[in-house]
Design a protein around this ligand. Structure first.
Ligand SMILES: [Fe+2]
Length: 620
């Protein structure tokens, strides 16, 4: 049977990516930033495309279709119409956008073909932006049928859509249109609180538990009219993104008590309260959308994608309090995942090919990126003269790694294919002992070089998740997209000293360091944790590492944070990993079956080299 190869591409906004689907199977998917080392790289994903072709063993002329994740002309029409309705006040932002459109985006066919190494005459297909998100949510999911909800900043015109997926077809029936957007509203508060739009949203979410949702009423009164069905109308008199280069305007600043926070300046209680308030509004909107969609469709399962679906606190509430038995979220829920969705859309929706449903989903743990063989890794270490121990027997490797972790060592963990999506899931991770009282601040300050008001995420053996977290036995969170509370009996009572720190300290680092459970490094101030459940099928080696650690210590949980420093894309190659390892105070590095330990290295610490390394990355 002839094989059909479809290349999916997302590009020119943020988080460019490519994905390759062959006869419905996801062969490869990767974000461009991992290759260029430029975070959220929005350019034509030439490296990611080349990688996808190489992984599939295909040349460009063997591609049957190329699918781009949105319709550039419709997007351009939105830009023009928005400008016209706000003219002349939006001239500056309009005049900045136009040259890029003229140069690249309007001639997309030519531009896209130019990014593919070799030549292809494969037809180019342009699904809608939200069709791509919806396809990425439903087609790889483990459900025969499901309700579909996509929520983001904006695609062409849509800012949220819903519908259903059944068998090999999706059907989107309703949409919410620009400028009324839950994603852009959240981004407006992200901007106002001094974080970067399109990348700092998860920081705002992490800040929310410190605050009280005292501005919710003001938001509902002046900014957002949230309907019972979850649709919303924004009062654009307070927002500036239609016509300006900022998200908010003077009226917004007056309403919330001052100008936007300067990035990196002190976080005040006001910012925490704002974060808590917009988070509460977002959760309410997501719950209403989810409930309405359930009433409309009667579906037991829900799938989610779009940038707002990365809000794992809202996802967790929807799962706990909403009407669905199960929720599956596309791990690359942002625009990177549009590349995968567009390719799957062509295969199932347009070519009408069947969709076999698997128990675990067909995302393959999202391990869809480059991999390096033990021989390649050994070659790299030998060529650099780096001392290492090799453990051809996996049990030995895992025992030694678990023993280091139990001694509170911080371990870089590089295994198999790189993750697709913003979370490290045990292929490019930094690991630590979640029971440690000191690792939270050590890992934040000496390894990630970042503000430390956010705790780390835990990974936990799937079968023990319900014993440590308020998480039903049959539920899973393999892609770290659900938040669940640490179980009551695992919490530690606060001493009176702790309570004082919690109520008086203006420094959030002191507050986050208060020990409030037996897993202090991963427990947030409201006892929540951003959970990854680990099962044997998706990532056997990582699962066995956790099992070994559990046997050794009685604890089935580890800290799992992405393998990078602040502002750096997650590492891709052994060389990236080694450089990051040397620039930080990580103690050990496991590259496939090789273990590198810093204390065995002759090389003395080179602070100039470290500074130089860190200077490459813009703070995110
Ligand atoms: Fe999107």
């Amino acid at each position: 049977m002839a094989l059909t190869a479809i290349l999916g591409i997302s590009a020119f906004y943020h988080d460019s990516a490519a994905a390759l689907v062959r006869n419905g199977k996801i062969i490869a998917a990767a974000q461009e930033e991992r290759f260029t080392r430029k975070k959220h790289d929005p350019g034509l994903p030439k490296h990611a495309i080349a990688y996808c072709l190489e992984e599939s063993g295909l040349s460009a002329d063997q591609l049957d279709y190329v699918a781009f994740y949105d319709k550039p002309l419709t997007k351009f029409e939105r830009l023009l119409e928005t400008y016209i309705s706000y003219a002349p006040s939006g001239f500056r932002s309009f005049s900045m956008a136009i040259p890029v459109w003229m140069k690249e985006k309007l001639f997309m066919r030519r531009t896209l073909r130019g990014g593919i190494p070799g030549s292809t005459s494969a037809p180019l297909i342009f699904p809608d932006h939200h069709e791509s998100h919806a396809a990425s949510a439903f087609f790889p999911s483990p459900f025969e049928e499901a309700a579909i909800l996509t929520v983001d900043g904006v695609g062409e015109w849509s800012t949220a859509t819903y519908g259903t997926g059944q068998g090999n077809k999706i059907r989107l029936t309703h949409q919410l249109k620009f400028p009324h957007s839950l994603g852009l509203l959240y981004s407006a508060f992200t901007y106002y609180c001094g974080f970067k739009v399109n990348s700092g949203e998860y920081k705002l979410m992490g800040l929310a538990p410190y605050g009280r949702a005292i501005y919710t009423e003001a938001i509902f009164k002046h900014l957002v009219d949230l309907k019972p069905d979850g649709s919303l109308w924004l009062n654009m008199a307070y927002l500036n993104y239609c016509q300006g280069l900022t998200m908010t305007n003077g009226r917004f600043h007056k309403l919330f008590g001052g100008p936007p926070r300067h990035p990196e300046s002190n976080l005040e209680q006001r910012h925490m309260d704002l974060a808590a308030s917009i988070q509460a509004v977002t959760e309410e909107a997501m719950l209403r959308m989810g409930e309405h969609l359930h009433r409309q469709t009667g579906m037991k399962n829900l799938v989610l994608a779009g940038g707002v679906a990365l809000n794992c606190v809202a996802n967790g509430r929807l799962l706990r309090e909403g009407p669905y038995d199960s929720i599956w979220v596309q791990p690359a829920a942002g625009d990177a995942g549009g590349a995968l969705g567009a390719a799957l859309f062509v295969w199932h929706q347009l070519l009408e090919r069947p969709r076999p449903v698997t128990e675990h989903d067909s995302q393959q743990g999202s391990f869809l990126g480059p991999q390096f063989s033990p021989a390649q890794i050994q070659g790299f270490l030998d060529a650099r003269g780096i001392p290492y121990d090799q453990f051809p027997d996996e049990a030995d490797l895992l025992w030694n790694t678990a023993a280091l972790l139990a001694e509170e060592k911080v371990v870089g963990w590089f295994q198999g294919r790189m993750e697709f999506g913003p979370r490290a899931l045990g292929a490019r991770s930094i690991l630590g002992d979640a029971r440690s009282r000191r690792l939270q601040s050590v890992m934040n300050l000496k390894i990630k070089f970042r503000e430390s008001f956010r705790p780390f995420a835990p990974c936990v053996l799937q079968e023990y998740a319900h014993e440590w977290f308020d998480f039903k036995t049959r539920h899973e969170s393999p892609y770290m997209l659900m938040v669940a509370p640490v179980r009551e009996e695992r919490r530690a009572p606060l001493t009176s000293e702790d309570e004082q720190v919690m109520s008086n300290s203006s420094d959030l680092r002191h507050r986050v360091n208060v020990v409030r459970s037996f897993l202090p490094a991963i427990t947030h101030v409201d006892y929540s944790a951003r959970l990854q459940t680990v099962d044997e099928e998706r990532n056997p080696r990582f699962y066995h590492l956790l099992k070994t650690f559990h046997e050794m210590t009685g604890c089935p949980v580890l800290i799992n944070t992405s393998f990078n420093v602040r502002g750096e894309p997650i590492v891709c190659t052994p060389e990236d990993a080694y450089r990051c390892f040397m620039a930080t105070e990580m103690d050990a590095l496991v590259l496939e079956d090789c273990l590198v330990q810093k204390h065995q290295m002759k090389q003395v610490e080179d602070s100039a080299a470290r500074e130089q390394y860190l200077a490459q990355f813009q703070l995110d």
